[in-house]
Design a binder for this molecule. Structure first.
Ligand SMILES: Nc1ncnc2c1ncn2[C@@H]1O[C@H](COP(=O)(O)OP(=O)(O)OP(=O)(O)O)[C@@H](O)[C@H]1O
Ligand SMILES: [Mg+2]
Length: 503
């Protein structure tokens, strides 16, 4: 039986394509030097037809062959290094570390590079400049192909994890090598560079000298730091269970079913993997709460994109900051990404300037983004959302969360009482149902909290009368802002699927 070849990482594939295209001068931006050294050494073995010699140059060491041989005498000077390359006739891969400096400093170095561009192409030679910064002199911009390494994907991380695991075991530590555990660790590391991943693993292993499921919180903590650095994305820690949401049965059932399809490892067709959900509706009826439960249900981390930060200008032009945030999310996938009050940033397709551009970007991104990223968007002012946003195909489903009906309010009362240590069975909740018509879930919660507070202040157990009297005093949003709430409801009813069962 023929064995299937090991899967190729995204970065390897990209590098293979770059070399196959035959471009002799490459500039690879790679903050993570150990990683790029290894990738190129492997590329020399595998991506250039037959294996070719791999040479590495640095200002301190000069030019070295790949086999640990001493550096070639007299090649420390940048110009001499290029002359060395020009003097060799056979196919080879040359890595020039941090060559941006000499390239900018000397005209003859730039000239020599342009000579090499012509020469190397005919000989099957490749010269790769690696650097942590992008700095290409203008006159070389046409000759040098620029490439930015993306963060390592699951395949690359898995290979790296295997190496780290071997090192931990060799040093007398213990690693849980069950496939399922290794998969979980890889998921937790996704979005980190190899340097960051190495650091995270080191922190997880320090002390216990064990790497297993118990290490996951430490690994996720490391990832949180990485994401928080962006300033526009927030890791949401307070996950919530489905049981904490009252009512909304249709949406809950839909989400539970999607969970089965949302296993990035499964062999289901890409078109079956859920893209995301848009939840709109009356303020305080559980939109945000539901999104938090999705992440727990899918067993994925939840990240919130902060539209206010994006538009603050603190992170560059809004459209740039938005695109950047979306790409960062793709890097940390699998995950649930939450766009709260999406109508704040994305109003109308005709909107001029940055809002229009953000909207256009978002729509394309929704279609093309990586599998494994579930987008959960919430909106209040749904009438502001453009029709294209709501059309089927962008999101897998668009739900409308309405004011909870009788049995839902009852359930919400019970949930909030039970969460605060009260036994709902001892209180006559049924009598609260008719007097709380038109209330939101948030108002039900507020009623419970006020009543319990009152009882506690008077140092006695909660009585039904506390709830009843508090309820009588609350004026619900659906009354004070009747027109707006009615407008949202009638607008959404025709355009979205109800999240609740019919009463
Ligand atoms: N269906 C519900 N079940 C249980 N609790 C609920 C429900 N709806 C609302 N609540 C309570 O009200 C609080 C506020 O709800 P949530 O933040 O989810 O509303 P929202 O729809 O996101 O409102 P907004 O549009 O103002 O952001 C929740 O934290 C929860 O405690
Ligand atoms: Mg909300």
């Amino acid at each position: 039986m023929a064995s299937t070849p090991p899967p190729e990482s995204k970065t390897d594939r990209r590098l293979r394509e770059l070399f196959a295209a035959g471009h002799p001068l490459l500039y690879v931006l790679a903050p993570d030097e150990g990683r790029v050294d290894r990738l190129l050494a492997r590329a020399a073995q595998r991506f250039l037809g037959a294996p070719v010699p791999f040479w590495t140059w640095s200002l301190t060491e000069g030019m070295r062959g790949g086999d640990g041989a001493p550096a070639v005498a007299g090649t420390q000077d940048p110009r001499a290094a290029l002359d060395f390359i020009a003097g060799r006739g056979e196919p080879a891969l040359f890595q020039l570390k941090d060559f941006h400096e000499p390239m900018h400093a000397a005209a003859d170095v730039r000239r020599r590079l342009r000579d090499l561009h012509a020469l190397a192409a005919t000989r099957g030679q490749f010269v790769v400049i690696t650097s942590p910064v992008r700095a290409i002199p203008d006159e070389l911009a046409r000759d040098i192909l620029y490439h930015e390494l993306s963060v390592p994907d699951a395949v690359e991380l898995r290979a790296f994890l295997d190496e780290q695991a071997a090192a931990i075991t060799a040093a007398g530590g213990w690693v849980d090598t069950r496939e399922a555990t290794l998969d979980m660790i890889v998921r937790a590391l996704q979005g980190l560079s190899l340097d960051e991943a190495a650091f995270a693993i080191k922190r997880a292993v320090s002390g216990t000298r064990k790497l297993g499921r118990e290490s996951l919180p430490v690994l996720y903590a490391e990832k949180r730091l990485r994401v928080n650095r962006s300033g526009t994305i927030e890791y949401v820690a307070d996950g919530s269970e489905l049981e904490r949401v009252g009512g909304l049965e249709v949406m809950k059932k839909w989400l539970t079913e999607r969970h089965a399809l949302f296993q990035p490892k499964d062999a289901v067709g890409a078109e079956l993997v859920p893209k995301g959900v848009l939840v709109m509706g009356v303020s305080g009826c559980g939109k945000s709460l539901s999104i938090k439960t999705i992440a727990s249900l899918f067993e994925l981390p939840l990240y919130r994109i902060d539209m206010a930060e994006i538009f603050s200008g603190r992170h560059g032009a809004p459209e740039w900051a938005f695109a950047q945030a979306c790409h960062t999310m793709e890097e940390v996938a699998p995950a649930v990404v939450w766009f709260d009050e999406i109508e704040m940033g994305i109003t109308s397709a005709e909107a001029s300037g940055e809002q229009g551009r953000i909207f256009a970007f978002f729509l394309t991104w929704m279609q093309e983004k990586q599998r494994g990223l579930f987008v959960a968007a919430t909106a209040n002012r749904i009438d502001l959302l453009p029709a294209e946003m709501i059309r089927k195909g962008r999101f897998d489903e668009v739900f409308f969360v309405d004011l909870p009906h009788d049995s839902e309010r009852r359930e919400i009362f019970e949930i909030h009482l039970a969460r605060r240590g009260e036994d709902p069975a001892t209180l006559d909740i049924g009598r609260l149902v008719p007097i709380t018509k038109g209330w939101t879930g948030a108002e039900v919660e507020q009623c419970v909290v006020s009543a319990i507070t009152k009882a506690r202040l008077e140092d006695r157990p909660l009585k039904f009368e506390d709830l009843f009297r508090t309820a009588a005093r609350i004026v619900p949003l659906s009354k004070t802002m009747k027109e707006q709430v009615d407008h949202i409801r009638s607008w959404a009813r025709d355009r979205a699927a109800p999240a609740s069962l019919a009463e």
